[in-house]
Design a protein around this ligand. Structure first.
Ligand code: BG6
Length: 487
């Protein structure tokens, strides 16, 4: 891997502490960082190089999967780190930053490969990109790249505006838009699940699949993020990005030996094939809801309205479910049901593929007690694939379901941020969101946002600590399905 400089905006923030520095350190320990590299942390807090290095070490102590135990290796890692106080609006500050970057490049004798990472609030994205360009930081003799965190826009037009701004400084192939769901090993596995398993590939279409269910249920509430969440809701926080990305990854059908471009063009094709839901029809296909007071394991849970910082009377969705149709040759007629919510009964992220029950149709019923075959891809907290088939119990003579479980992954395996940062450092964009996908996702979501804003559809309520509102079950019942029993 080529030597480079890693310029981190927002280096004293929560994400840097919990994810980014641990990821860099773990890559370093696993010999996945370049031989020579320089890390420049930027922020408004008053650290110097030494105090910042201590701060980073504490972050590793607390959050890294490899603890900073080997003194030699920790010191070698920390020696690569410098800190610079930067107010993102201050153009002169970028000139100083440029000097630091160049000085370190000269000291380490490394090429001008520069990775810029924006781990800052979205209102700073544009000003930082402009200053990278105007200061000359972005004029390099090597490569330059940008890693950017969500939210990528607040709606379709702000996303377009942001992209236009960024593209004045960075070309599309230089922009790595992080969607951390694409860094989850089981989501990455979807790339090869069908394409390398003929037994699955043969079934991965509307002739055999009855419906697909994608769930991302969380037990946490809004925590300390009321200010952000109350303007965002589940639709922007999870649906527009993570849920639609997982849908694209599930529905893409790749040839064996595919390339990065194949992945991107197949995902784009799926995004283009999403049947649009008009503002007027949103109520037929979308269920939005908010949690009311409830309990979990005997502990009382406050309602969303009573969480600190929530605007009284807020109509923000903490749960959303949708029926999505993918109008392409492989998926025509297969409903994709997606749902995500806060304060649900359990933390569970999974994809359920329910196969058609060919033994049952309207006229005949052979083996009527058979259950549909199911393939469950569990993403979080367990990583496994479960296949449910039927077998005959020789004592009762009845059919009963049986399951086989394939566990994936191991202890102490790399986290999403390690996998993603490693890919970005190598210039591999497979598991990053391309602008086309982001724009198409916003296009699909936009009429629903407008329906929400105009209160065209009701806001249901569900008790905190449950599986969401009854209305989300009705969404599936229309086609005669139900969510795979919540465990
Ligand atoms: C983030 C959202 O992108 O994803 C959070 O902003 C959410 O609200 C989180 O809690 C869920 O991620 P994970 O990996 O825990 O499923």
């Amino acid at each position: 891997m080529e030597a480079m400089t890693f310029v981190l905006f927002g280096s004293t923030g929560d994400l840097a502490k919990r994810k980014i520095f641990p990821a860099l350190y773990n890559l370093f320990v696993d010999s996945k960082m370049p031989e020579a590299f320089s890390v420049i942390g930027l922020g408004r807090k008053s650290f110097n190089d030494a105090t910042f290095q201590t701060y980073v070490e504490q972050a590793l102590e607390e959050f890294s999967r490899n603890k900073p135990e080997n003194r030699e290796s920790v010191d070698a890692f920390l020696r690569s780190i410098r800190y610079h106080i930067l107010n993102v609006d201050d153009t002169a500050g970028y000139q100083e930053l440029l000097k630091i970057v160049e000085t370190r490049e000269a000291e380490l004798n490394i090429p001008q490969n520069r990775m810029f990472y924006m781990s800052v609030a979205p209102e700073f994205f544009e000003v930082i990109a402009t200053n990278i360009k105007d200061s000359g930081l972005g004029t390099t003799t090597g490569w330059k790249r940008l890693i950017i965190e969500k939210p990528f826009g607040h709606d379709l037009s702000s996303a377009r505006q942001l992209n236009e701004q960024l593209s004045k400084t960075f070309a599309e192939e230089e922009i790595f838009r992080i969607d951390h769901y694409l860094g989850k090993p089981m989501v990455q596995n979807l790339e090869s699940l069908a394409s390398t398993n003929p037994a699955i590939q043969a079934l991965w279409n509307n002739r055999h699949i009855a419906n697909v269910q994608i769930t991302a249920a969380e037990t946490v509430g809004v925590e300390e993020r009321a200010g952000y969440y109350d303007h965002t809701g589940a639709i922007r926080d999870m649906m527009q990005n993570h849920m639609l990305q997982v849908l694209m990854m599930t529905a893409m059908t790749l040839p064996a030996g595919h390339t990065v471009d194949d992945v991107r063009s197949h995902k784009k094709h799926i995004a283009q094939s999403l049947r649009s839901i008009s503002k007027e029809d949103a109520h037929k296909h979308i269920v939005r809801a908010q949690y009311s007071a409830g309990e979990s394991n005997g502990k009382a849970l406050a309602s969303y309205q009573d969480e600190p910082g929530i605007t009284p009377g807020s109509m923000t969705d903490t749960f959303i479910a949708a029926r999505v149709w993918v109008d392409d040759f492989s998926w025509q007629g297969v409903p994709f049901y997606i749902r995500t919510g806060k304060r649900m009964k359990e933390k569970s992220t999974r994809i359920v593929i329910e196969f058609k029950d060919v033994m049952k149709n309207e006229d005949i019923c052979v083996a009527c007690d058979a259950q549909p075959n199911m393939l469950v891809i569990s993403i979080n907290p367990d990583q496994k694939i479960t296949l449910q088939l039927n077998h005959k119990n020789v004592i009762t003579g009845r059919l009963e379901p049986m399951t086989a479980e394939f566990k994936v992954g191991s202890d102490n395996e790399p986290e999403a941020y390690e996998l993603l940062i490693y890919d970005a450092l190598r210039g591999d964009a497979t598991f990053f969101a391309h602008w086309d996908e982001v724009e198409l996702s916003w296009q699909w979501v936009q009429p629903i946002l407008e329906a929400f804003a105009d209160n065209d559809l009701p806001i249901h309520h569900y008790a905190a600590g449950t599986y969401g509102p009854e209305a989300s079950n009705e969404l599936l019942a229309v086609e005669g399905f139900q969510w795979l029993k919540d465990q």
